[in-house]
Design a protein around this ligand. Structure first.
Ligand SMILES: NC(=O)c1ccc[n+]([C@@H]2O[C@H](COP(=O)([O-])OP(=O)(O)OC[C@H]3O[C@@H](n4cnc5c(N)ncnc54)[C@H](OP(=O)(O)O)[C@@H]3O)[C@@H](O)[C@H]2O)c1
Length: 385
């Protein structure tokens, strides 16, 4: 629905979207931007939502605009809310400021907050809905999914060899992906609210599950570190080091785990394995996206990337597959598994394709790297995740 708008409206909404992108990606609240223009079309105020507990974008923009908002237009990337949460309803604030026209992009999918457009119209404000809606939805992809489905979105990050092994027979898996993939994983982590592994991975790999810079320092984003399973972890486990929050969920039920995480304001979970836990999420229909790093290596033995899915015959053909295969060097790919995933949200973009890794370098990690493709095609070893 994009009628009733002008070029000026488009420019102002683009400015609001740029502002919205400055909000935190990992947050229980959506990223929202707002621009208020006065009667003459001059920008009078602008703002964005900086995360839960801070003022909504409209309120920031109205504060800056002051009296200039009277008779003006507000551009907001999300339908102004009509509910009182930690802050008052934005639709009322817009009416109180004397704004006579509101243009918004995404209709609020949150049933608690929606209805702002009706409230504005009832107060005599002209409302234009849906301008650059797809752009706004993309900004809040996981949030939109979460509020639409009433549970966190789950992205499964998998690092695998060409023959689908997630670790060597001795349990080691650190060398499977290279440095570029590792850096990409840390970007992924920083964009999620929680990082989840099973106790099997926590005990075998002792991962720290933090989002870090290439120099090893912690990023500002501190996703919740989650271990799922009943066994105790040793007090020396890195996930318990206090550098960022962590929790153990002593359940085997993915639904129960996601409900517990939802109650902790988690809206996007990065599932980092291992194969047993990944299989449990696939079987429960609670896996929404796959980001796969495929090493140009063969192992021939070792655990499979995913545990038993209960599939005994050839399933439906792949729904989609995309891949990046540089002419030389390691291969990285982003693909969807053939097992059914739960329904994607409307207009959700495909999973991110990791950038091509750098030229291969000689292995320095495992003392005995497994026999694989010729050395020129091997991925470099990497530090533990
Ligand atoms: N290449 C990769 O991308 C990658 C990623 C992660 C791990 N790995 C490798 O995977 C190996 C570990 O495999 P894993 O399968 O043991 O790891 P896992 O899936 O992380 O952990 C499995 C454990 O989680 C608990 N659990 C939680 N929910 C469960 C459920 N629904 N069903 C069954 N068990 C559940 C169980 O332990 P309790 O008895 O404690 O409840 C189970 O033994 C390691 O060698 C690691 O290096 C590789």
């Amino acid at each position: 629905m994009q009628h009733g708008h002008t070029e000026h409206d488009l420019a102002a909404m683009r400015a609001a979207l740029t502002l919205a992108a400055r909000g935190p990606v990992a947050n229980p609240n959506p990223r929202v931007g707002a621009v208020v223009v006065d009667r003459s079309g001059q920008t009078a105020g602008a703002g964005f939502h900086a995360g839960a507990g801070t003022p909504h974008a409209e309120v920031v923009a109205l504060d800056e605009a002051g009296d200039a908002a009277l008779g003006g237009t507000a551009y907001v990337t999300l339908e102004p809310c009509s509910h009182t949460g930690r802050t008052g309803p934005c639709s009322e604030a817009l009416v109180a400021a004397g704004v006579t026209r509101v243009v918004f992009a995404q209709t609020d999918p949150d049933p608690r907050a929606g209805g702002g457009a009706d409230r504005l119209r009832a107060a005599g404000v002209e409302v234009v809905a849906g301008l650059l809606e797809g752009d706004a939805e993309s900004l809040n992809r996981s949030w939109t999914f979460a509020v639409t489905h009433g549970r966190p979105m789950v992205t499964w990050k998998i690092a695998t060899t060409l023959d689908g092994r997630s670790a060597a027979a001795d349990g080691t898996s650190r060398w499977i992906t290279g440095e570029t993939a590792q850096a990409d994983v840390h970007d992924l982590r920083a964009a999620c609210d929680a990082i989840l592994v099973g106790t099997g991975t926590a005990l075998a790999d002792d991962p720290s599950l933090t989002a870090r810079h290439p120099d090893g320092s912690l990023r500002a984003a501190t996703p919740l570190r989650v271990v799922m399973g009943r066994r105790d972890l040793p007090p020396s486990a890195q996930v318990l080091d206090g550098s960022s929050p962590s929790v153990q969920l002593r359940t085997h039920d993915p639904s129960v785990a996601l409900a517990a995480l939802w109650d902790k304001d988690i809206r996007h979970v990065l599932l980092e394995g291992g194969p047993t836990l990944a299989a449990a999420f696939v079987r429960a229909g609670l896996l929404d996206e796959v980001v796969a790093y495929v090493a140009p290596a063969l192992l021939g033995s070792g655990p499979s990337s995913v545990g038993d899915l209960g599939i005994t015959t050839t399933p439906t053909p792949y729904a989609s597959i995309s891949r990046t295969s540089p002419p030389s060097g390691p291969t990285s790919a982003s693909a969807r598994p053939c097992a059914p995933l739960s329904a994607p949200p409307p207009r959700r973009p495909p999973p991110p394709t990791p950038p091509p890794p750098p030229p291969p370098s000689p292995p320095t990690g495992p003392t005995n790297p497994p026999p694989t493709l010729p050395p020129a095609a091997r991925s470099s070893p990497h530090e533990p995740a």
